[in-house]
Design a binder for this molecule. Structure first.
Ligand SMILES: NC(=O)c1ccc[n+]([C@@H]2O[C@H](COP(=O)([O-])OP(=O)(O)OC[C@H]3O[C@@H](n4cnc5c(N)ncnc54)[C@H](OP(=O)(O)O)[C@@H]3O)[C@@H](O)[C@H]2O)c1
Length: 402
């Protein structure tokens, strides 16, 4: 079994050893998020070495149509960007990659790259597939089988197969971390596990898809659906194919991920009924606005049976912050999981509702607990760097002691 990542007892320990510990990454998917991660790692190279005792190198990277990289000796994140014909940019700029960028070697299957990487950590940053997550799940399994930790910003594995993959990670003594799958880098899973230990999560509700925020607000200003969509796309707030957002697929995946991790549900996105905003007529939008309300796409999940079997949040035996598994609760063993119902619904919210002001690139989730009441997390102005930060914070959460 490979050693853990890093050698220090705690982040920022004053007695940092001289040579940073080298940690090799295999990055699958080298799109906006992975490229921004390399920029963050480049910008933070000194912090990583001096404060955290880490040197991050990339030994493999893969894309679908922009080639692949295998570098057994390890490239710095900046050199990895250059190998793809890119320059590290500042962390504020838009992520447009120039035409013709890509790694020199042809694209290779993820399994081949994982095997060749000899890496300590897999960064899963590919896109979620239609109707499942088989490719990303295979990447996670392949990496765990090689005793790699896994950091996923792809929702697929957590939304479709969380419990089995979490158990697999435990069996291999490795961590499966995924802070970025729901609210970019804003702490939801880490907050629940680290800051609400001993509680049980009875339900969640949230506004978790910014494209629909923009669309609904544009319609509230009087635009018809098609006109609002064209405006939102022109402003860069929606993909060329925004159907995943509009039809609630993205929101259903986030709902399933939250329910699976925080409430030990065994949901998939296919189990989450969802309302599309395509059918919202201009008349309804106008009526809602006239009543002083707003329409929001709301993700909900709640325990309907078996609250006593909910996992207790927080690790039972956390010796040090870096050793705490930040994501999961501790499900009761040998018992049926609690029954959890979930849905993505179009909801009219009043001006005093906590979701009323959550528009544009904001997102929020309310976590309803048994001992701490309701805790609301709000992310303001999510940008790409925040998503890359999710991976960065997960990297720094990996165990540092043997
Ligand atoms: N962008 C955000 O702010 C954000 C926020 C939260 C979560 N996420 C999630 O983060 C992930 C990455 O997002 P992104 O914005 O970086 O997407 P992106 O720009 O579209 O990049 C996706 C990358 O994955 C590659 N890819 C797709 N399928 C692959 C496969 N089977 N094997 C190897 N590579 C594959 C693509 O290859 P090509 O380069 O050839 O296309 C591309 O390099 C997604 O799952 C997304 O939902 C993104």
């Amino acid at each position: 079994m490979k050693p853990h990542v890093g050698t220090h007892a705690a982040p920022g320990a004053a007695d940092a050893v001289a040579a940073p510990r080298r940690v090799a990454l295999c990055i699958l998917g080298f799109g906006n998020v992975a490229r921004r991660l390399c920029e963050v790692l480049t910008a933070r190279e000194r912090d990583l070495a001096e404060r955290f005792g880490l040197e991050l190198v990339v030994t493999a990277a893969g894309t679908r149509s922009h080639g692949s990289l295998i570098a057994p000796a390890g490239l710095s994140p900046a050199a990895t960007l250059r190998a793809a014909g890119l320059e590290p940019g500042d962390l504020q700029s838009a992520p447009a990659a120039p035409a013709g960028w890509g790694f020199a070697a042809p694209a290779r299957p993820g399994a081949e790259l994982i095997a060749a990487s000899g890496a300590d950590v897999l960064v899963e940053a590919t896109v979620q597939e239609e109707g499942g997550a088989a490719t990303a799940i295979a990447h996670v399994e392949g990496a765990l089988a090689r005793d790699m930790h896994v950091l996923s910003v792809n929702k697929g594995p957590v939304a479709w197969d969380y419990r089995r993959l979490a158990d697999l990670a435990v069996a291999h003594g490795r961590r499966l971390l995924f802070e970025g799958v729901t609210m970019d880098g804003c702490p939801v899973y880490n907050l629940a596990a680290r800051c609400l230990p001993g509680t049980r999560v009875l339900g969640i509700s949230g506004v978790l898809n910014s494209t629909t925020n923009y669309l609904l607000d544009a319609m509230a200003e009087g635009r018809a659906f098609d006109e609002a969509l064209a405006w939102v796309q022109a402003e860069g707030f929606a993909e060329a194919d925004p159907s995943h957002d509009i039809d609630g697929v993205d929101a259903a995946s986030k709902t399933a991920a939250l329910a699976n991790v925080l409430m030990d549900a065994r949901l998939t996105p296919a189990d989450v009924p969802r309302e599309s905003i395509r059918a919202v007529g201009a008349e309804r939008v106008a009526a809602v606005r006239a009543a002083g309300r707003r329409l929001r796409v709301v993700c909900e999940a709640e325990v309907v049976d078996g609250a006593e079997r909910l996992p207790v949040l927080g690790p039972p035996d956390a010796a040090a912050p870096g050793d705490a598994p930040p994501a999961a609760g501790t499900p009761a063993t040998g018992t049926d999981p609690p029954a959890v119902s979930a849905a993505v619904r179009l909801v009219e919210v009043d001006a005093d509702h906590p979701f009323f002001a959550v528009g544009g690139s904001m997102s929020t989730v309310v976590i309803r607990t048994d001992l701490m009441g309701e805790v609301q997390v709000v992310e303001r102005d999510a940008l790409l760097t925040q998503t890359a930060y999710a991976l960065y914070s997960d990297l720094l959460s990996l165990p540092r002691s043997r």
